[in-house]
Design a protein around this ligand. Sequence first.
Ligand code: HH2
Length: 266
Amino acid sequence: MVMGILNVTPDSFSDGGTLADSDAAVERARAMVAAGAGIIDVGGESTRPGAEPVPADEEIRRTAPVIRALVHRLGVPVSIDTTKASVFEAAWEAGASMLNDVSGLAADPDLAPAVGRTDAAVVLMHRRGDPATMDGLATYADLVAEVEAELAAARDRALEAGVSSDRLILDPGLGFAKQGPDNWALLGALDRLRLGDFPLLVGPSRKRFLGELTGHADPVHRDVATAALCGWLAGRGVELLRVHAVGATRDAILVHEALETSGVTS
Ligand code: HH2
């Protein structure tokens, strides 16, 4: 499934400040659904390195009305991209059905119990530190083993808070406390990062490691590289792909599926 990114922020790294109001956000989401998105991920706080923290009440003000509009006007499933319990609770109240927590339930001790009281699906992403510190924490003696162990700790936080295992989705957190080559190494270890057989979400969209590869300094020029990688990820059985350019990713998945149906790939 393709997850379309809807950042209602002034400062996201590739699309910050591009949505003037709630109506513009609904129209962007409508286009993403028409292009093949099965779920929309709404974010009200940028997670990029160095991003300014956003107070919870401001994050709620940005996200809750948009979520309500998406659920009621488009009827599309919505995920809330937050690390804060109160923002999740407002999103849940507004109709969101999934929590996407880039901190893997580590940033806010109230978030695990809050999501445990609901039946929301939960994406647990791997990162270290926060936007201010994560680039300085991207040092690993054994990258895959450490990411695997830290994802297992996030899984345990969720299970201890009462989130049932069939609602958990894991994410290696491309670009979060990772140096360029680390992202490629983690892509080569996805089967291990499932911790058994949890579904995976992967979010390569427009990220710096794709800019380093292609030479495209402007993130919006990285959609072709994103789609190419997403086609490959679909071939590895990754369940959820979080992207800005939904149509390009959908096309890449279709190409992969056609090759598989024709017996060209195994
Ligand atoms: N990446 C970003 C934000 N949220 N969530 C998950 N689960 N996985 C990711 O890889 C991921 C994520 C960063 O991208 P974006 O939302 O475009 O930027 P910003 O954080 O600046 O709003």
